[in-house]
Design a protein around this ligand. Structure first.
Ligand SMILES: Cc1cc2nc3c(=O)[nH]c(=O)nc-3n(C[C@H](O)[C@H](O)[C@H](O)COP(=O)(O)OP(=O)(O)OC[C@H]3O[C@@H](n4cnc5c(N)ncnc54)[C@H](O)[C@@H]3O)c2cc1C
Ligand code: SF4
Length: 333
């Protein structure tokens, strides 16, 4: 691990001013915020991340979960994943988020991991984490060995010829289905980013993963008022029952009226280069009877554009079954 300077700013403005001096907020940033450290410090030990300066944001007042006047929920950037998962409002009104958080990592990691850090966790692609290997995401222009190499766990949706890395987050899949908004304070002021616009597709610049600019501090995430009568499920399929990333997962927020689907919000994990909202599955469900045949049709629609690699073709059927089963679980709960 390279040597670095560690600073503890007293307030968000000081943190942002320091971070704004960085050349980029993406891969290779020379200044990084550190929250729980469970992604960043890991990658620094591997020399995948080599910031010269770390800004500890744990003392900033960003650790509250608060009800909003419009009935929504405000989640501070440094709220720990375990505190969020066990928050009574989250368990009652946003169960899909609680389930997704509790399916991730281990209790010890969840006690450290934060909301903003989880939004920015990096892919588990083995080539990205190994500096002896080329990788377009880590070192633009060096190539993508995963396309002809080990790609069993990698993405089938949103890939490009430059990168097929999966976004590994569970929390983000639930937040995509809940239509969260990410709030950022930066050198040029504050802005609110709809969840679907936050993570970027790899395209020809897989080193650029989010819409963040140097100095941008995520201050909080908001969830809209819960949908009355909605049923919610997060289902995660993986190689072992705990301490493992998703091969395929599904977040379902669905409302049934008179036996028919009135509203559906669907997102998938483990299969996309970003947390994967599926408008195709949603459109296939709305107005239809809530039954197994229609759940399967929605799953087929979600996977229509899937592009398998040499080792991960099995994910297409796995993701379909995952979504169909999650819909069944939600509507029979
Ligand atoms: C062994 C292991 C298993 C895991 N299993 C799972 C799993 O099954 N499912 C899952 O979803 N996740 C899993 N994770 C990932 C874990 O959820 C993330 O590491 C964690 O959420 C990151 O949060 P953090 O606060 O520790 O982030 P940090 O490591 O502190 O930061 C991560 C990144 O976010 C940036 N950052 C942090 N806060 C802010 C902010 N407020 N504004 C702007 N930038 C910020 C940092 O600069 C850094 O680039 C696993 C991790 C490990 C180590
Ligand atoms: S899939 Fe992406 S992260 Fe993995 S080796 Fe290719 S470019 Fe790197």
């Amino acid at each position: 691990m390279r040597t670095f300077e560690f600073v503890r700013p007293e307030n968000p403005a000081a943190a942002i001013a320091t971070a704004a001096k960085a050349k980029t907020a993406q891969q290779g940033a020379d200044v990084r915020f550190v929250a729980g450290g469970t992604t960043l410090i890991d990658l620094m030990k591997l020399n995948v991340e080599t910031p010269a300066r770390l800004i500890d944001i744990n003392r900033l007042p960003l650790d509250k979960v608060e009800a909003m006047p419009d009935g929504g929920l405000k989640i501070g950037a440094t709220v720990r994943n375990s505190d969020l998962a066990h928050h009574p409002t989250v368990q009652r009104d946003y169960a899909v988020l609680s389930q997704a958080l509790l399916s991730g990592a281990t209790a010890q990691l969840r006690n450290m991991a934060t909301t903003a850090g989880n939004l920015l966790q990096r892919t588990r692609c083995m080539y990205f984490r190994d500096t002896a290997m080329p990788c377009n995401k880590r070192e633009p222009g060096t190539g993508c060995p995963a396309i002809t190499g080990s790609n069993r766990t990698l993405a089938i949706l949103g890939t490009s010829e430059h990168c097929i890395a999966t976004n590994p987050s569970d929390m983000c899949v639930a937040m995509a289905a809940l239509e969260a908004t990410i709030h950022v304070q930066g050198a040029k002021g504050s802005r609110a980013i709809p969840f679907g616009d936050f993570h970027l597709l790899p395209g020809s610049t897989p080193n650029r993963e989010t819409s963040l600019e140097p100095g941008d501090l995520i201050t909080h995430v908001t969830l809209p008022r819960p949908r009355a009568g909605s049923k919610q499920v997060y289902l995660k399929l993986r190689d072992r029952a705990s301490y493992e990333f998703a091969l395929a997962s599904a977040a379902v927020v669905i409302t049934i009226a008179g036996g028919k689907v009135a509203q559906a919000r669907i997102a998938l994990g483990g299969v996309g280069t970003k947390p994967w909202r599926s408008p195709e599955a949603e459109a296939a469900l709305v107005g239809k009877s809530a039954d197994a045949a229609n759940f399967r049709k929605a799953a087929e629609a979600a996977m229509r554009n899937a592009k398998p690699q040499s080792e991960n073709g099995f994910k297409i059927e796995l993701a379909k079954r995952c979504l169909a089963h999650a819909l069944q679980m939600a509507t029979t709960a």
